[in-house]
Design a protein around this ligand. Structure first.
Ligand code: ZN
Length: 256
């Protein structure tokens, strides 16, 4: 029996408590909707965590037991404590996968890992979004055709203040005419990162099968291959060294 992939879905869980429209779409919270379709997959173990839990639900133990962290945040990025951001960043550098969704482009964790502004243009005006699959060979796009459409979404437009992605997976087009790099991957340390644009809280985006398919594929793709803690050890030699390596170097190059 293989070890299940351990997924933690982190949700800010504020809009759902303040806006009845969002609560109607996601009665248990967006994080529970996302966790729900991931739980339907074989060989996964899925937990959720939210901002208002102690340590935002991301204790050392929870993160140590997380292979892939999925993150949705928006209105309260500033309330995420810096020590929790640092803890999650450390785990990504060790090898934990990270799936950053929609407005998470401005999450402290995302900006800390990418090192740029991560800013963009936006508009809430019921644009249609067409996501072009430009990497049909990639594990993240399996089961997705040449493109798929989301009938109503918030628009995000370029320029997107990110480092050039290692892999560009989707490009979105919006009714208003803009385009956006809506599916991007990077590696930071030993961790794989995937940014996926769709998911504005007032639309039923996370109920759409194609969106669920992409996120499901992405958590598999982001599975850690190693876990290398940042310990920077002093290291004994593998072979015997000369007693005074510096003198040997001098004699090799002809000095006394
Ligand atoms: Zn949004």
């Amino acid at each position: 029996m293989t070890t299940p992939l351990r997924i933690t879905v982190w949700g800010e869980y504020r809009h759902e408590n303040k806006n009845p429209k969002v609560a109607a779409l996601y009665p248990q919270g967006m994080h529970e909707t996302i966790a729900g379709f991931l739980r339907a997959q074989p060989e996964v173990s899925v937990r959720t965590a939210t901002l208002d839990e102690p340590e935002h639900g991301l204790t050392e133990t929870v993160l140590a037991e997380t292979d892939v962290l999925v993150w949705w945040g928006h209105m309260a990025h500033g309330e995420v404590r810096d020590e929790v951001v640092e803890r999650a960043k450390k785990r990504v550098l060790e090898g934990m996968g990270l799936i950053m969704l929609h407005s998470g482009h401005y999450a402290k964790l995302f900006k800390a890992l990418l090192g740029t502004t991560c800013s963009l243009k936006w508009r809430e005006a019921n644009d249609k979004e067409r996501l072009w699959n430009i990497r049909p060979d990639h594990p993240i796009t399996q089961g997705i055709g040449e493109y798929f459409e989301i009938p109503s979404e918030e628009m995000y437009g370029e320029p997107f203040g990110i480092p050039t992605p290692d892999e560009l997976i989707f490009i979105s087009w919006f009714t208003g005419g803009e385009v956006f790099r809506s599916g991007c991957t990077w590696v930071r340390g030993n961790g794989r990162i995937f940014y996926f644009r769709p998911g504005h809280e007032t639309y039923p985006t996370y109920h759409q099968p194609e969106v669920q398919r992409v996120i499901t594929n992405a958590v598999r793709w982001a599975k850690p291959t190693v876990c290398i803690p940042d310990v920077c050890p002093n290291s004994p030699p593998i072979e015997a060294l000369p007693e005074d390596p510096e003198r040997q170097f001098r004699s090799t190059v002809g000095h006394k």
